[in-house]
Design a binder for this molecule. Structure first.
Ligand code: SF4
Ligand code: SF4
Length: 370
């Protein structure tokens, strides 16, 4: 790669990523060829200088489609060595690390940290199961682990996640502010919600993204939709199951042909398809668009999502068999690991990106661009 060794010069990977982003965006701001691809370049043109807060904001607007890399006349091997998707992915990691210091462990040793997290959650599920036991006369998974034990485990993991997410989002808002850019404008929030729900900028300005190389495709957008909407369907199935069970006193488990049963099954299959597709795209990505560390970090969290979805379906299939106990323990442990990992890294991307989209919509509204 070109230029000086920024890690050695700045003393940290995060500072080096910010320095490289500042250098690259100053060149982009003079060139502006990629203005139509995504929200990053229009937001960039509103600035003459790039403070850390601006760089973090722009990095969280970028979703790594790579259109600007394949279009760039200054990309490697040109001596300018401009590689916006790679640079932005490293700045995003710095934003996760600033929001939650524990992120560094997940970034530097993602496989080890994920395996440790999963192991700790298996131990915690087993602890609650042994302490509180199954429900006397309970059917299905309630015979393996009772309501009280499940609620105690769920509240522990969800409490950690909610506290961590709130702190992380408040910290992001503080360091990627200024705060008034998050506006009181409902229209900006509404616009950001629409852009996030439709994954608008994963369309690469209308022609798709360079997901697998020089040709354009919508694969990443499709897999991302499958994973996100599958996750939402599984969450809806669990919430509906809790309402049936606790408020309407219709005890779980629910048959395949029921609203929670169908939502959970379809959502689980969609999540498996989406996460498998995204893991495959990460596998073929290569060093030219992301560093091995970033890829391993992203992949480890996708694997957790895949385990959660696969064990959820395995639970339904194992109903009435001896494999229900290990399938349930692994499923609950993977959900617990996902919840605990949420504030520590890649999952913060969803919240940060939403705040970045809202700030972008607000900046454009104030300047009457739209
Ligand atoms: S990525 Fe390259 S082509 Fe695109 S705006 Fe920057 S310098 Fe220009
Ligand atoms: S990689 Fe895609 S989203 Fe990121 S700056 Fe380039 S064109 Fe925009």
């Amino acid at each position: 790669m070109h230029g000086p060794d920024l890690v050695a010069l700045t003393g940290s990977k995060g500072e080096a990523a910010l320095a490289e982003a500042r250098r690259a965006l100053q060149i982009c701001n003079a060139c502006r060829y990629c203005e139509g691809y995504c929200a990053v370049f229009p937001a960039m043109t509103l600035r003459r200088e790039f403070a850390d807060a601006d760089l973090i904001h722009l990095a969280n607007l970028c979703h790594g489609c790579r259109d600007c890399l394949y279009a760039c006349q200054y990309a490697p091997p040109h001596e300018f060595g401009i590689n916006i998707p790679k640079t932005m992915s490293e700045v995003r990691i710095e934003s996760y690390a600033r929001a939650a210091p524990g992120t560094r462990l997940l970034v530097d040793r993602p496989q080890l940290a994920t395996a440790l997290l999963l192991g700790m959650m298996v131990a915690l599920v087993e602890l609650y199961r042994r302490l509180l036991g199954g429900d006397p006369g309970g059917r299905g998974f309630y015979a393996v682990m009772g309501r009280e034990a499940m609620i105690a485990f769920g509240l522990t993991a969800a409490g950690f996640a909610l506290t961590g997410l709130t702190i992380g989002l408040l910290r992001y808002r503080a360091f990627a502010g200024p705060a008034d850019h998050f506006g009181p404008s409902l229209r900006s929030w509404w616009r950001a919600a629409g852009d996030a729900a439709t994954l608008r900028y994963l369309g690469g300005g209308g022609v798709g993204c360079n997901d697998t190389g020089e040709s354009f495709s919508y694969k990443r957008r499709l897999y991302h939709h499958l994973m996100a909407w599958g996750f939402a369907a599984c969450f809806a199935a669990t919430s509906l199951g809790a309402i049936y069970d606790h408020l309407l006193h219709w005890p779980a488990p629910y048959p395949w042909i029921s609203v929670p049963g169908l939502l959970g099954t379809v959502g689980g299959i969609a999540m498996i398809a989406g996460t498998t597709g995204l893991i495959w795209l990460k596998r073929i990505e290569g060093d030219s668009v992301s560093s091995p560390t970033t890829r391993a970090f992203d992949r480890s969290l996708l694997i957790l999502l895949l385990i959660a979805a696969a064990t959820g379906l395995a639970n339904r299939l194992a109903h009435g068999t001896a494999t229900l106990t290990p399938a349930l323990i692994m499923h609950l442990a993977s959900i617990g690991a996902l919840l605990v990992a949420m504030p520590l890294g890649k999952f913060m991307h969803a919240g940060f990106r939403f705040l970045a989209l809202a700030r972008h919509a607000d900046e454009r509204r104030r300047l009457r661009i739209d």
